[in-house]
Design a protein around this ligand. Structure first.
Ligand SMILES: [Zn+2]
Ligand SMILES: [Zn+2]
Length: 62
């Protein structure tokens, strides 16, 4: 089996705490990654706010 990461992610490389799921901001925040342990917006490059349903990139991810 390959040992390389499934995708190139600078935050994985840097061992920065983050989540690859999409954070859904609502009355009860959710994450599309079922293994997500922390629903902090700062950990999520991809965030959807149900108030406007507009996908927002809080960080640029190549
Ligand atoms: Zn990553
Ligand atoms: Zn998450």
């Amino acid at each position: 089996m390959p040992t390389t990461p499934e995708r190139r992610c600078p935050e994985c490389v840097a061992a920065v705490a983050h989540c690859h799921g999409t954070l859904i901001q609502a009355a009860a925040p959710e994450c599309t990654d079922t293994t997500c342990a922390d629903l902090d917006i700062a950990l999520h490059p991809l965030v959807i706010n149900l108030a406007d349903l507009t996908p927002v990139r809080s960080r640029s991810v190549a």
